[in-house]
Write a protein that binds this ligand. Structure first.
Ligand SMILES: [Zn+2]
Ligand SMILES: [Zn+2]
Length: 348
């Protein structure tokens, strides 16, 4: 019997909608089929909708942020089995190529390597999803961690964790995080694990500043207008030791390097719509190190351990929950940033 499921899909530029599709089948020995239990919507889904992801394939089921239960595994899958609760990684990676072996899984050279799910192959805003390289892309959720606690592990939390890792934060550092949307908050939570001296968050939305003040009262908050002055006077060396640019706004790249002290590391997490200017004459003598975006989401097992230990909690980010049948409403709310939304959970 063929199971038909409703799959939220990229119909054409500017529109997503439900399409009936058969339940996916294993196509390779290293595949798994996962029954999606909880999914979310990411800003990258909106980028697909608006046609700014050229490699996105029309007709694919969207969604790359999800948790579920393993339904079926290929003969070469050994790390997960039917019935396991798992997080699904946004990135598909083989684990064998040069880049994978060095932890640069975003650059996996497999044809499906990198961000494929919900972009080039069917994703998770539906009932079942096929996950290639299941041993790499799935991580078992500990019994005492809920789906809601684990929902962001494979995407925005992996991103925050990666960003905090590559910036090499020390306990003497003043950290500046520009932009505290969902990914910025995840970056904040992961940077905080490194116990830096102070963290300053720069954000233009009053609603989001309120969210930070309410949930993370130990963090300094500033608006973009006050940012440079505030960072200069609230750091030990007239600038941030580590900067995370997570906003991707028109002027936030400039703000990021201007707020950095000489010899600081500026990690670019944001995905920009437009090219950014690197005014080298103005930067001369600052000896900055830039790390440019593209999450290597290969720390999911470690992140799940931190959640289990109570050291990371992203559940306050889930401000709204919808059933899959009402995902249109969820998109609308998320896209228009109404009603204090940070992230939505979609029950599949
Ligand atoms: Zn995403
Ligand atoms: Zn690879």
């Amino acid at each position: 019997m063929v199971i038909i499921m409703l799959s939220y899909s990229y119909l054409q530029k500017g529109s997503f909608g439900f399409v009936e599709k058969p339940k996916p089948k294993l196509l390779h020995e290293r595949d798994a089929i996962v029954k999606v239990t909880l999914a979310s919507i990411c800003t990258s889904d909106l980028h697909i909708k608006h046609g700014s992801v050229p490699r996105a394939v029309e007709g694919i089921t969207v969604g790359h942020e999800m948790v579920g239960v393993v339904d079926e595994v290929g003969s070469e899958v050994s790390q997960v089995k039917k019935g396991d609760r798992v997080t699904v990684n946004v990135e598909t990676f083989c684990g064998d190529c040069f880049f994978c072996r060095h932890g640069f899984v975003n650059n996996c050279t497999d044809k499906n390597g990198g961000w494929a799910l919900g972009c080039r192959i069917d994703g998770g805003q539906t009932e079942y999803v096929r996950v290639p390289f299941a041993d790499q892309g799935l991580d078992k959720i500990p019994d005492n961690v809920s789906d809601r606690q684990a929902l962001f592990v494979g995407d925005i939390l992996a991103t925050g964790y990666w960003a905090a890792r590559i910036n090499e934060i020390t306990s003497d550092d003043t950290i500046l995080i520009i932009g505290v949307g969902p990914t910025g908050i995840c970056t904040l939570l992961c940077a905080r694990l490194k116990k830096p001296k102070r963290i300053i968050v720069c954000e233009k939305s009053e609603e989001r500043i309120r969210f930070i003040n309410e949930h993370y009262p130990d963090i300094f908050t500033v608006t973009p207008d006050e940012c440079i002055e505030f960072v200069r006077t609230h750091s030990d060396h007239s600038g941030a030791d580590a900067v995370f640019e997570v906003a991707g706004g028109d002027d936030t790249f400039r703000l990021a390097w201007e707020c950095a002290r000489p010899n600081a590391t500026v990690t670019i997490v944001a995905l920009y719509d437009k090219p950014q200017l690197l005014p080298l004459p103005d930067m001369y003598g600052k000896n900055l190190t830039f790390k440019t975006g593209g999450v290597d989401g290969c720390d999911c097992a470690e992140i799940l351990e931190l959640i289990e230990a109570g050291r990371i909690d992203t559940t306050p980010l889930i401000t709204h929950t919808f059933p899959l049948s009402e995902i249109d409403k969820a998109y609308d709310l998320f896209e228009q940033k109404r009603d204090g939304v940070i992230k939505v959970a979609v029950e599949c």
